[in-house]
Structures are given as structure tokens and as C-alpha cells.
Design a protein around this ligand. Structure first.
Ligand code: SF4
Ligand code: SF4
Length: 173
């Protein structure tokens, strides 16, 4: 039985580990046959992106969106719970008070500043789960590559849904 000395301990190889040569060659040939079969008749898995766009699953966690109520007011109340739970510390929220002359959300407060740094985001979705007003969601958008760091900082203007038109549909629909 083969033995080996490692740091004063004697390690003994278990019995029956060796595979006969014929069996190993057989496994190799079986693998090559499978590869050849897949290459000749398997389903095509290549995506011809960007000519053909991949449609992600409905629960895909893509770019964030800030939602509005049907009356156009923002759902976000600037509580910053999303920023508090974010493990990557990539959300910045600065809240402000609504006034009679400047009502932005239905709550007492709204987010005057709302930013997500997408370069840091790990798309875990914790922020969405923490949001008490369902203001924050994640869209199916995955084309987030950029040539500059500045473009990866998504401010409120880029995250906020468009103002809905009268029949409740979004202007961007
Ligand atoms: S998805 Fe995760 S990492 Fe990205 S902003 Fe939300 S909590 Fe932070
Ligand atoms: S998105 Fe939700 S959790 Fe984040 S500040 Fe707005 S209301 Fe609070």
C-alpha cells in the first residue's frame, strides 16, 4: 500500500482507487462521442447579440427604476432604508420635506437626491425588498456598459419612471 509523509503524518492512499487503463480510455471516447454529437446535432445556444437581444426572465435583476403613483407623484419618500441595507454602499439618498407649493411624493418627505452607483452594485435586490413604499424596482435592462465612470452613476432623472398620462399609461409606453 503506497504511503506518503506529510508534516510528520502518514497519509495512506485508500485501496481500489486505481481505474483500469481500458476503462479510462472508454470514458475518454464516450466524452468525445458526446462532444461530437452536440456539435453536429445539439441545440444552438449562441446568442447573436446585439443583432438579437436576449430577453431576460421576468424576475431578472437589472437596472433599478423609481416608480410613480398613477397621479404622477413619486412613490419614494426619501427614507433611505434602501441605502441602509445596501451591502455595497452604492445608494445615496438625501430627503427633503414636501410643501404645499412643492409636492413631489404622497408622504411628508421625498428624495431630493437619489443616486445609485451601478459600478458598485452587485444586483442583490436587498434595496428593493427593504423599500416600504414599493418605490424601488429592478427592470430587465442589462445594457449598462459605459465608457466613463460618470455614466455609471444613475441619478434620479435617469431612474425615475416617466410621468403617466391621464389614462394611467406611462408616457414612455
Ligand atoms: S441591488 Fe444590492 S448592491 Fe445594488 S443597490 Fe440594491 S442593495 Fe445595493
Ligand atoms: S426607494 Fe424606498 S427605501 Fe429607498 S428612500 Fe425611497 S422609499 Fe425609502
Amino acid at each position: 500500500m503506497p504511503t506518503q509523509v506529510l508534516d510528520q503524518e502518514v497519509v495512506t492512499a485508500p485501496e481500489g482507487r486505481r481505474t483500469p487503463l481500458l476503462s479510462r480510455v472508454g470514458a475518454l471516447v464516450a466524452g468525445m462521442v458526446t462532444t461530437a454529437k452536440e456539435a453536429l446535432q445539439g441545440a444552438r445556444v449562441t446568442e447573436f447579440y446585439p443583432e438579437e437581444h436576449y430577453v431576460p426572465f421576468p424576475r431578472w435583476r437589472g437596472r433599478h427604476v423609481l416608480r410613480r403613483h398613477e397621479n404622477g407623484l413619486e412613490k419614494c419618500v426619501g427614507c433611505a432604508l434602501c441605502a441602509a441595507v445596501c451591502p455595497a454602499h452604492c445608494i445615496r439618498v438625501i430627503g427633503a420635506e414636501n410643501t404645499d407649493s412643492n409636492r413631489v411624493s404622497e408622504g411628508e418627505r421625498y428624495a431630493e437626491v437619489y443616486e445609485i452607483h451601478m459600478l458598485r452594485c452587485i444586483f442583490c435586490g436587498f434595496c428593493v425588498e427593504a423599500c416600504p413604499t414599493e418605490a424601488l424596482g429592478m427592470s430587465g435592462e442589462y445594457e449598462l456598459a459605459s465608457f466613463s465612470r460618470e455614466m455609471t452613476l444613475y441619478d434620479k432623472g435617469r431612474l425615475l419612471e416617466p410621468v403617466p398620462i391621464n389614462d394611467g399609461k406611462m408616457t414612455g409606453d
